[in-house]
Design a protein around this ligand. Structure first.
Ligand SMILES: [Zn+2]
Length: 217
């Protein structure tokens, strides 16, 4: 059984990397963001709490994140292990998590802030059909138009430089103590998040001692 944590700033590609590992290793991919989005869509009590926090411009509280993760892991559908994304959020949670679940490795995707800005601020969205674009990696065929439905593309409301700076500051403040704790336990694997997706995946597998990743599989 493999128990991994994946950490990385927004735009580092951690969701994509986690999914690639999940598919190959039969892991449960536990994404706190995905769980919250599900609750919002299903209009659950947790969903209402998440919406309140977002409307107030706040992050969802650490306690609520912890509760959601505990419940999710309590389902025990992870026979081959799990890869968790978006947790732990503070040193206390990290300590608890290490002790309770005996984490094998923490994959830390490193991406310089400048590269985060470049990636995040080039994101565009079609408000009509929901298709995502990126002016660096996934350009639309016609500038400013959705390839699928032809609607004009927009920037997400929270992808402004100011909002991004606030998220970056928050990320570094929150992540530092968690990473420090994991480093003391010698479970952190730092991986450069700048190369193309396949190369990052290969580097992750190499450092974790897994069999190689072949893009043509
Ligand atoms: Zn569209």
């Amino acid at each position: 059984m493999r128990k991994y944590v994946i950490m990385g700033v927004q735009g580092s590609g951690k969701g994509t990397q986690a999914k690639m590992l999940r598919e190959d290793l039969d892991l449960a991919h536990i994404s706190v963001g995905d769980i919250f989005r599900w609750h919002v869509r299903q209009h659950t009590k947790i969903g209402a709490q998440v919406k309140r926090a977002m409307a107030a411009g706040e992050l969802v509280g650490d306690d609520l994140v912890e509760e959601v993760v505990r419940r999710r892991l309590g389902i025990h559908d992870w026979n081959y292990g799990f890869i968790i994304d978006g947790f732990p959020r503070n040193g206390r949670q990290a300590e608890f998590f290490m002790e309770s679940y005996d984490i094998d490795a923490v994959i830390h995707l490193e991406l310089p802030d400048d590269e985060v800005r470049r990636r995040v601020l080039s994101r565009r969205l079609c408000p009509n059909c929901g298709m995502d674009y990126n002016l660096i990696a996934d350009r639309p065929e016609v500038e400013g138009r959705c390839d699928i439905c032809g609607h004009g593309l927009i920037t997400r409301a929270d992808d402004t430089p100011e909002a991004l700076e606030a998220r970056l500051t928050d990320y570094h403040e929150k992540t530092r103590p968690v990473l420090e704790l994991f480093r003391r336990k010698e479970v952190v694997h730092d991986v450069d998040g700048r190369p193309p997706v396949d190369e990052v995946q290969s580097a992750i597998r190499k450092t974790l001692g897994l069999s190689g990743y072949r893009a043509d599989d």
